[in-house]
Write a protein that binds this ligand. Structure first.
Ligand SMILES: C[S@@+](CC[C@H](N)C(=O)[O-])C[C@H]1O[C@@H](n2cnc3c(N)ncnc32)[C@H](O)[C@@H]1O
Length: 189
């Protein structure tokens, strides 16, 4: 009882993903950033698994590449392209995909995820997601343009067929201004 579980959105998301992801799985980090999720996913799927990680900024690839080397992770494909193009690079079904929306922490706060490409990427990942596979989305929206993206993504998720997908939205009551929203989508059939 000495560890915080829900206080950091990403720690909570990792805990849920850890329950689902297995050694040998194929997974996607749709928003690589500083590589925190990429490293988590790489370790969760092990050397027989594979992680496809996307970002549009070379800086994200450079930081993540260095961290992966240091952590001895050699099961990650780093791709500098927009996540909505994942179908060009991924020719197999995936077990999970992780989205962390917003800007690169310690990077250019003007380069942000945007509704058309984010929704395009969510659609692309749902198309290649295996039955019983999972998507997680952490929505940070305190920055300029963030609220528009949050609303567009939630509006889109509300259109998903509830016979095919379980969609869970978790929001903080007790947090600071604009606390992140966490979404999980599980493919039922
Ligand atoms: C909140 S950060 C991700 C944080 C990251 N998961 C980590 O562990 O550090 C969002 C990232 O999404 C990237 N991004 C923005 N638009 C993108 C797009 N269309 N395709 C892929 N990545 C994008 C940004 O460059 C930024 O690095």
């Amino acid at each position: 009882m000495n560890r915080l579980l829900i206080s950091r959105a990403t720690a909570f998301v990792h805990k849920i993903l850890q329950e689902k992801i297995q050694i040998g799985n194929i997974v996607v980090d749709a928003t690589m950033g500083n590589g925190n999720d990429t490293i988590f996913l790489s370790q969760a799927v092990g050397s027989n698994g594979k992680v496809y990680a996307f970002d549009i900024q070379q800086k994200a690839l450079d930081i993540t590449y260095k961290r992966l080397l240091e952590a001895n992770c050699n099961n990650v494909v780093l791709i500098r392209d927009s996540h909505e193009n994942m179908g060009i690079y991924i020719k197999e079904k995936i077990d999970a995909a992780v989205f962390n929306l917003g800007y690169l922490p310690k990077g250019d706060h003007k380069v942000i995820t945007k509704p058309p490409s984010t929704i395009g990427a969510i659609k692309s990942s749902l198309e290649i997601l295996k039955t019983k596979g999972i998507l997680s989305i952490v929505i940070y929206y305190g920055h300029e343009g963030g609220a528009i993206e949050k609303n567009s993504v939630i509006d889109f998720l509300e259109t998903l067929d509830n016979k095919k997908y379980s969609v869970l939205k978790c929001s903080y009551i007790s947090k600071e201004k604009n606390p992140p929203i966490i979404v999980f989508i599980e493919k039922i059939i």
